[in-house]
Design a protein around this ligand. Structure first.
Ligand code: GLN
Length: 489
């Protein structure tokens, strides 16, 4: 059995029929990780002992024909979810030795469902970045071309998936960090509606935008994982209490007559011609399935990046105030006094991008500038959310179709010197977080250099069913998602 290309659905089937045991599957991935991680740097911390223990327990459940579709499935988890007693760094020197005393709701639910956690994946420091290059633990390499970034900030999870180092992975998305790396590594990545999945035990970046989601080979696999992750959590007051639908059962909806909005603002001159061509082909597939393409406008799209880079740093500067060298995390040596302790701890513990965000955030929140920047950004955010609501309502859309990224995976170092060009790589994903709506990125082709291209489907609030079933319909009609980098990694 080639474990490197297994979908979650296939792995669950193989486990249920005892074609393979969870211990065998887990060992196979641990061996692959040992061989390939030195060149990819996808994992920060491995947990072979914990993984094999969980696999043994899963095998016992499977022998009794108990458990769920996740029982015995080896997963990779972004190193931003607190895992009890297993180091959780968030890609930062600040938390390089942090062993959480508690478990995040997402990982707790996955463990309860019987999943096996192989280890914690590399990421941009505090999830700030689009290339994984801000990680204290070094950049991740893209399995399709080791000289290129896998995207970020969930780049470790994306690279692990693309290289076949796990059956599925979990990421987080504040401005595109699940979908952008998914597009750049040829996998499927879902950002649920804000509030669909609990943020309890996720290291906070921008609390009104952060959302956890699955990174998988298929939309079907994303549905299975979301099922286990989603739902009310008394420990997160922003987590919605609306019932969780049966995503797996709902996924087979026909595309016949479904209206797909095509926003003109996403097809401007910044879009690489090869990406544009690939999206044109996706449109044809959907038309072939009976869907109706509807040109729409989301007029405030152009304001997304500046709005995000006020709101996200504002929230980040406030969330990151907790790293003071006293309660947990890094502490500088021999502080002179309290001020010196704060200043040197934070100077040593945070990298350049995190410091840039803290400075931006404290500036836009300062009393003289609050109205001009922060309040204004909140007003524009509302307009962006209303763009989506109006388009869905007035045109009666099922989903909106866009490219996920303006270009394919860029070279390591290419955008490092210019933060603004880095920020622009999320131009098609950030609106979705500002509006709080769900979106999924699916692979749809390759450029002439053989690098993966992704497209994005955006849904109404809490309508993950629409984007999952539209994604599934596409994947039933095409085979892009089955192509892996093979021997390249
Ligand atoms: N690239 C964006 C940023 O740097 C989004 C990151 C994310 O979604 N976590 O903020």
């Amino acid at each position: 059995m080639d474990v490197a290309t297994l979908t979650l659905t296939q792995a669950a089937q193989a486990l249920a029929t005892h074609e393979i045991s969870s211990v065998e599957l887990t060992r196979a991935f641990l061996t692959r990780i040992e061989a390939l991680n030195p060149s990819l740097n996808a994992f920060i911390t491995m947990d072979p002992k914990g993984a094999l223990q969980a696999a043994e327990a899963a095998d016992k459940r499977l022998a009794r024909h108990e458990g769920s579709p996740l029982t015995g499935i080896p997963l990779a988890i972004k190193d931003l979810f607190c895992t009890r007693d297993l180091r959780t760094t968030c890609g930062s020197r600040m938390l390089a030795n942090f062993h959480p005393p508690y478990e995040s709701t997402v990982t707790a639910r996955l463990k309860a469902a019987g999943a096996v956690i192989l280890g914690k994946t590399n990421m941009d420091e505090f999830a700030m970045g689009s290339s994984n290059e801000t990680s204290h633990f070094g950049p991740v390499r893209n399995p399709w071309d080791l000289e290129r970034t896998p995207g970020g900030s969930s780049g470790g999870s994306a690279a692990a998936m693309a290289a076949g180092l796990c059956v599925a992975a979990i990421g987080t998305d504040t401005g595109g960090s699940i979908r952008q790396p998914a597009a750049m590594t040829g996998i499927t990545g879902l950002k649920p509606t804000y509030g669909r999945v609990s943020r309890f035990g996720m290291v906070a970046f921008a609390s009104s935008l952060d959302q956890a989601g699955p990174m998988t080979r298929t939309a079907m696999d994303a549905a299975i994982l979301l099922q286990a992750m989603a739902g009310e959590d008394p420990q997160d007051s922003t987590c919605l209490n609306s019932p969780v639908p049966d995503y797996v059962r709902a996924i087979n909806q026909s595309m016949r007559g479904v209206k797909i909005g095509i926003p003109e603002e996403y097809f401007g001159s910044g879009l690489h011609p090869e990406v544009r061509l690939a999206i044109e082909a996706v449109k044809e597939v959907y038309q072939g399935l009976g869907a109706i393409l509807v040109p729409i406008s989301l007029p405030h799209t152009q304001h997304a990046i500046p709005t995000y880079y006020i709101i996200a740093p504002a929230e980040a500067s406030s969330n990151l105030a907790r790293y003071d060298g006293i309660r947990f995390g890094h502490r500088c040596e021999n502080p002179k006094d309290l001020k010196d302790l704060y200043a040197r701890t934070r100077a040593e513990g945070f990298g350049a991008e995190v410091k840039r965000r803290i400075m931006l955030g404290t500036y836009v929140l300062s009393s003289g500038y609050y109205d001009a920047y922060y309040r204004k950004a909140q007003q524009v955010r509302r307009l962006i959310a209303e763009d989506f609501a109006r388009a869905f309502r007035e045109q009666d859309l099922g989903v909106i179709l866009t490219p996920t990224t303006p270009e394919t995976a860029f070279r390591l170092g290419e955008k490092n010197a210019d933060p603004v060009s880095m920020y622009l790589s999320d131009i098609f994903t950030i609106n979705v977080n500002l509006a709080g709506v769900p979106a999924i990125s699916l692979p749809c082709g390759f450029d002439t250099q053989g690098l993966p291209i992704g497209f994005q489907l955006i849904g109404r609030p809490l309508d993950e069913v629409a984007i999952l079933s539209a994604g599934h319909a596409y994947q039933q009609a095409s085979h892009c998602h089955t192509i892996t980098p093979g021997g390249k990694a």
